[in-house]
Design a protein around this ligand. Structure first.
Ligand code: ATP
Ligand code: MG
Length: 427
C-alpha cells in the first residue's frame, strides 16, 4: 500500500450510505424549485478566466486567491467555476434568454464549485452549490420570493433556529457616497489593518467590513453604516422588501454591516444562518443578493438580477448539528435465494421481471450457502426473500417469505409482482 494515492485536500468522497442523503436533498431542492416555477440550467464546470475576473470582480478574495485556473493547449486561461452566478449570466446573455416570451427568467442549478481555500469543516475546495437566479425583474417581491424559497427548503428538511439576516447595499449612488465616507473613516488608521484591508481601502473599502482578520477592530464597529447613505429610491426599495417579508410572516434581522464577499451586489443582500448551535466557526448556510449591473457588465442588455447560493456540505453539517435524520429508505424489497443451478438460471428471469416493475430486487452473485444468502438479505433490509428450488421452478412458483413476520407463502411467478406491490408502501 506504499503507493497509495489519496484524494486532493479539501475534496470529499460521498460513499453509499451518505450519497442517499445527497440524493434526498437534491430531490427536495428540485421539488421546491418546481413548485416556485424555477427551471434548471446546467453550465460548464470551467469557463474562460475572464468571466470570473469581470463577473465576480477583480478585487474579491475569490478572484485574487481562490481560483483554480490553468492554461489550455490553446494558450487560453480557463478556470474551474468558483460560483454559479457569473456562468448563469453569461449563459443568459449568450443564449439570449432575455428574448424568451416568458419573463422573468427563473433558473436554478446544482453542481460542484471549486475554490482554493484553507479546508475545514464547511469550507471545502470542491463543494456542491444549489443556487437560484431570477433575471429580468426589479420587483422587491422577487427578492422575497428567493429568500422564502431558501427558508422553506431548509424548513422542509427539518432545520430549526434559522436566522434570515438582511441588508440593503443601496444603489450606485448610495454606494458611492458610502464609499467616500468609509475611505475617510479608515484612512487615518489603515496601517493598523491587515495587508488585504490596506489594499481594499483603494479597491473596495466595503470589503474591509467583511474582513475575517480585522473583524474585531474598533474602527469596524464605529464605521459609518450604509443605511445613512441610501438614496430615496434605495430606501423605498428596501422598505418594500421588508413589507413583503412581513406579509409572509418571515422574520428577519437587519444587519447594516452585511456586505457579502462578491463585488456585484447592490440593493438587497442576505444570509441565512443557524442561530445558536453552529458548526465550528461557520454559521452561514446561504448567501444571496441583487446584482442589477452584472448582466450588462458581461455584455448583455441592462437586466436586473437576484440570486442565492448555498452548499450542500454546510447544509449537511447543519442537519448533523441539530441531530436531524432524513427519512432515507435503503430497504430492498425482495432478495432471491435460488437453490441449485436450475433455480439460479430461472431466478435471473424472475429478478428482471421484478426490477422492470420497479421493485428493488437482488440476487446472490457469490454462490454462497443458503444461510449466508439469508444473512445477506437481512443486511440489505429486505422485506421479502423468494426461495426458489427445483420443485418451485417446475411449478413456476417461489416460496415468498416476509423476513419481519417469518410468514411464508407459495406465490406463482405471474402473481409475484402484484403480490409484492400490494404489501410495500413505496410501490
Ligand atoms: P464565506 O464567507 O463563508 O467564505 P462566501 O461569501 O465565500 O462565504 P458565497 O460565495 O456567497 O460565500 O457562497 C454562498 C454559499 O456557498 C455559502 O453561504 C456557503 O453555503 C457555500 N460555500 C462557500 N464557500 C464554500 C466552501 N469553500 N465550502 C463549502 N461551502 C461553501
Ligand atoms: Mg468565501
Amino acid at each position: 500500500m506504499s503507493n497509495l494515492i489519496n484524494r486532493p485536500r479539501g475534496t470529499n468522497d460521498v460513499l453509499p450510505g451518505e450519497s442517499e442523503l445527497w440524493q434526498y436533498i437534491e430531490n427536495k431542492a428540485r421539488e421546491i424549485c418546481s413548485s416556485f416555477n424555477y427551471k434548471e440550467i446546467r453550465t460548464p464546470i470551467f469557463e474562460h478566466t475572464e468571466l470570473f475576473q469581470r463577473g465576480v470582480g477583480d478585487t474579491t478574495d475569490i478572484v485574487q486567491k481562490e481560483m483554480y485556473s490553468f492554461t489550455t493547449r490553446g494558450e487560453k486561461s480557463v478556470t474551474l467555476r468558483p460560483e454559479g452566478t457569473a456562468s448563469v449570466c453569461r449563459a443568459y446573455v449568450e443564449n439570449k434568454l432575455f428574448g424568451l416570451p416568458s419573463q422573468p427568467v427563473k433558473l436554478y442549478y446544482i453542481g460542484p464549485m471549486f475554490r482554493y481555500e484553507r479546508p475545514q469543516a464547511g469550507r471545502m475546495r470542491q463543494f456542491v452549490q444549489f443556487g437560484v437566479e431570477v433575471l429580468g425583474s426589479n420587483d422587491p417581491a422577487v427578492d422575497v420570493e428567493i429568500m422564502v424559497l431558501a427558508m422553506e427548503f431548509y424548513r422542509k428538511l427539518g432545520l430549526k433556529n434559522l436566522k434570515l439576516v438582511i441588508n440593503s447595499l443601496g444603489d450606485v449612488e448610495s454606494r458611492q457616497a458610502y464609499r467616500t465616507a468609509l475611505v475617510q473613516h479608515f484612512s487615518p488608521e489603515i496601517s493598523n489593518f491587515c495587508e488585504d484591508c490596506q489594499s481594499r481601502l483603494e479597491t473596495n473599502p466595503l470589503r474591509i467590513l467583511d474582513c475575517k482578520k480585522d473583524h474585531n477592530h474598533p474602527l469596524i464597529k464605529s464605521a459609518p453604516r450604509i443605511n445613512q447613505f441610501y438614496s430615496d429610491e434605495a430606501r423605498i426599495y428596501f422598505e418594500k422588501v421588508l413589507l413583503y417579508l412581513d406579509e409572509l410572516k418571515e422574520s428577519y434581522v437587519i444587519d447594516t454591516t452585511l456586505v457579502r464577499g462578491l463585488d456585484y451586489y447592490n440593493h438587497t443582500a442576505f444570509e441565512i444562518m443557524l442561530d445558536g448551535e453552529g458548526f465550528g466557526s461557520i454559521t452561514t448556510l446561504c448567501g444571496g443578493g441583487r446584482y442589477n449591473d452584472l448582466v450588462e457588465d458581461l455584455g448583455g442588455p441592462t437586466t436586473p438580477g437576484i440570486g442565492f447560493a448555498m452548499s450542500i456540505e454546510r447544509l449537511l453539517l447543519g442537519l448533523q448539528a441539530q441531530n436531524i435524520n432524513l427519512p432515507i429508505s435503503n430497504k430492498l424489497d425482495c432478495y432471491l435465494i435460488p437453490i441449485g443451478d436450475k433455480a439460479k438460471i430461472a431466478s435471473t428471469r424472475i429478478l428482471l421481471k421484478l426490477r422492470q416493475a420497479g421493485i428493488r430486487a437482488d440476487l446472490d452473485y457469490l454462490n454462497r450457502k443458503m444461510k449466508t444468502q439469508f444473512k445477506e438479505a437481512e443486511r440489505n433490509n429486505a422485506k421479502f426473500v423468494a426461495i426458489i428450488g427445483d420443485e418451485e421452478v417446475d411449478k413456476n412458483t417461489v416460496q415468498l417469505k416476509e423476513l419481519e413476520t417469518s410468514s411464508q407463502e407459495e406465490v406463482r411467478y405471474d402473481d409475484l409482482v402484484l403480490y409484492i406491490k400490494d404489501r410495500i408502501k413505496h410501490l
